[in-house]
Design a protein around this ligand. Structure first.
Ligand SMILES: [Zn+2]
Length: 285
């Protein structure tokens, strides 16, 4: 009888199901995989290639929510509207905010935006926190704490993976610093202002084509073109999640080119290095 009990406990441990973790966006999935490895199963909401802005969960994703032990929120808009509904489906699911401890800044406003508009519309805080490596360290720490709290039996594995990942983040940060050091205080142009925290961390300035979430109007386009010519910017970064249309119009005018780059790519750290390399390349054109 005792042998049977031991056998059953042993079997239970062997077939222990991975911790089911729901996350909002791809970079989170990338990070949770690094710290949770095969101890976690990830339910990703915003699929690759889609934008988290304006996202709504599919019915199937709502059902999957019932199996999650944890929801790791990152502060993207849809979470504030949907997290309460997810909790209704699964009241036992613990929600942990990965942006805890991160100081957010207002989303980049365009330099030439008209005064009146500035007064009328107050834009919110920039949600794209994961484009900074300094923020990534905080997010990774919050992920490790959440996984340990939800699955304390595997705390040493999570702790070890977290420490290794932290090293990787620091190496990446140094690598990007080296790539961008020669370009201190220069500007780079993007369609959607996803790279504000990246720009701040590496002493660059982000110039966004999109204004208040919309493509620029004719008048705004003209002033943008002048500005890019003045700053001698030849590369415009767009995202696969958004339309390239206005970037292509501007690129034609300035004799520049459009490069597509996503801050939501799955190879999270490598992607940030590649973005730094693309900026570097853009300046040498
Ligand atoms: Zn965005």
């Amino acid at each position: 009888m005792k042998t049977l009990a031991i056998f059953l406990v042993f079997t239970a441990v062997m077939v222990a199901k991975p911790l089911m973790v729901s996350v909002s966006i791809v970079p989170q999935k990338s990070m949770v995989e690094k710290i949770g490895k095969d101890l976690v199963d990830i339910n990703l909401l915003v699929s690759p290639g889609s934008s988290p802005h304006g996202y709504e969960p599919k019915p199937k994703q709502m059902t999957q929510m019932a199996h999650s032990t944890l929801y790791l929120a990152i502060g993207v808009e849809f979470e504030s509207a949907w997290l309460a509904k997810f909790q209704d489906i699964n009241p036992n699911m613990r929600v942990v905010y990965l942006d805890k401890g991160i100081t957010k800044v207002p989303i980049a406003k365009h330099r030439h935006e008209e005064e009146e508009e500035n007064k009328k519309e107050e834009t919110g805080l920039d949600p794209h926190i994961w484009t900074s490596l300094e923020n990534a360290k905080i997010i990774a720490k919050n992920i490790a704490h959440a996984l340990i709290a939800a699955d304390p039996n595997n705390s040493s594995a999570y702790e070890k993976n977290y420490q290794n990942y932290l090293q990787e983040i620091e190496t990446t940060q140094k690598e990007i610093q080296e790539i961008l050091l020669p370009h201190k205080n220069r500007a780079f142009a993007v369609f959607h202002p996803s790279w504000g925290y990246f720009a701040k961390e590496f002493h660059l300035e982000q110039v966004a084509i999109e204004i208040e979430g919309k493509s620029p109007k004719a008048k705004q386009l003209i002033s943008l073109i002048k500005e890019l010519q003045h700053d001698n910017i030849k590369t415009l970064f767009t995202q696969p999640e958004f339309s390239k249309k206005s970037a292509l119009v501007i690129a034609k005018e300035i004799g520049g080119e459009v490069t597509t780059f996503s801050p939501l790519a799955s190879n999270y750290l490598e992607n940030l290095v590649n973005f730094a390399k693309a900026i570097d390349k853009g300046y040498s054109q």
